[in-house]
Design a binder for this molecule. Sequence first.
Ligand SMILES: NC(=O)c1ccc[n+]([C@@H]2O[C@H](COP(=O)([O-])OP(=O)(O)OC[C@H]3O[C@@H](n4cnc5c(N)ncnc54)[C@H](O)[C@@H]3O)[C@@H](O)[C@H]2O)c1
Length: 435
Amino acid sequence: MNISVIGTGYVGLVVGACLAETGNTVCCADIDRQKIERLKNGEMPIYEPGLDSLVERNQKEGRLSFTTELGDAIEGAEVVFIAVGTPQGEDGSADLQHVLEVAAVIGRHMRREMVVVTKSTVPVGSSAKIEKAVATEAKFPFHVCSNPEFLKEGAAVDDFMKPDRVILGVESVHARRVMTELYAPFVRTGKPIVLMDISSAEMTKYAANGMLAARISFMNEIANLCDKLGANVDSVRKGIGSDSRIGQSFLFPGPGYGGSCFPKDVKALVRMGAERGVRLDVLAAVQSANERQKQILLEKLRCALGKDLHGKRVALWGLAFKAGTDDMREAPSLTLIDSLISEGVSICAHDPAAIGHARGLLGNRIDYAETNYEALAGADALVVVTDWNEYRHPDFERVKRTLKAPVIVDGRNLYDVEKMRELGVRYYSIGRPSA
Ligand SMILES: NC(=O)c1ccc[n+]([C@@H]2O[C@H](COP(=O)([O-])OP(=O)(O)OC[C@H]3O[C@@H](n4cnc5c(N)ncnc54)[C@H](O)[C@@H]3O)[C@@H](O)[C@H]2O)c1
């Protein structure tokens, strides 16, 4: 099929590359000239494992191309995906400005019957607005489809190629036929394509993110209570996770959720409720619990180094909001860094992928290290913020030697408490006994 993907960010680039991988001809368009220029020159604008080789191969074989001319991308397409950003508006709702701009451009440039697919996360009811914006200029029949994306940054290619499910909100026979055909290669192992009406598809995305954010905040609060009561959240997690109604995933406590989705989607969901007079008290509490949790590493540092942190130096391992990505949007590291700087703490940070973005956001407010060990030099404590694989088994003797004092605050519970005790490390993690 001839496909066009408008918006070539974390989602659009993965969607475009994966659809090209199954033989489609895909043109990815974006208004960001620099991004498109880099992609044309074989350079990746984002870090996402496995994506570079997919882009390179499909580009070389002529199935994947990039342009800043949205009209050119749209003209020959049978299916056009809208994958532009839907940032948080001032009142907490999702800002549809970019989506609706693109919808109007689609209407203006379509030259055949087509399916217009909303991949961006948009509030329930947005498809009607998108349909109206396309229709204003369209001279050919078109069919709207809501196809929310569930990929996780850091595992995005795998998630798209082998999805747990594909959600399709379709209300025409044509859209259903085209979209199920397009997704058939990705669900050959029997994972479902769940067909539903468009509003329910839009709602499914928010409900999924709301549920996942709630699990995280719930476990963070349970971990904080474990801390005070002398229980170990690792045992509690295993204990509850083996209940098939609960399951093991998404039960790890940490320094709060971040990223481009959970914070803004939970806010948008609460806003949708407020607009309709429906209270979403659980999700409102999820948000405030998360804001509080972003201070947890500062509190742990105070336990480790004393109340007055002025003049201390801290090494941070990890800046990205999670492992496997260079994305710093709403990263807990940013909240921690702000607090530490305002307390007069100096910081040296390492991250395997996000240093470039961090420099753009933080400039020279902190120091940056080439290697994780380099960050430790002269530091009073190490704080592990992101659970990158390479931080899981460091050379602890080297860590101890390089730090001023053997103090580790672990925001991801990566290390064994008993081992830390044996090594003589003063060790603070989340919801587990200190060493
Ligand atoms: N990042 C994720 O993990 C994820 C997962 C699922 C869903 N989503 C949703 O997918 C959407 C995109 O997210 P993202 O993380 O890829 O965002 P992003 O910011 O990485 O990418 C958006 C891209 O759209 C481009 N753009 C903006 N306006 C445009 C226009 N008028 N025409 C063409 N291009 C335009 C931007 O230049 C940018 O490259 C959002 O609605 C997000 O909520 C994101």
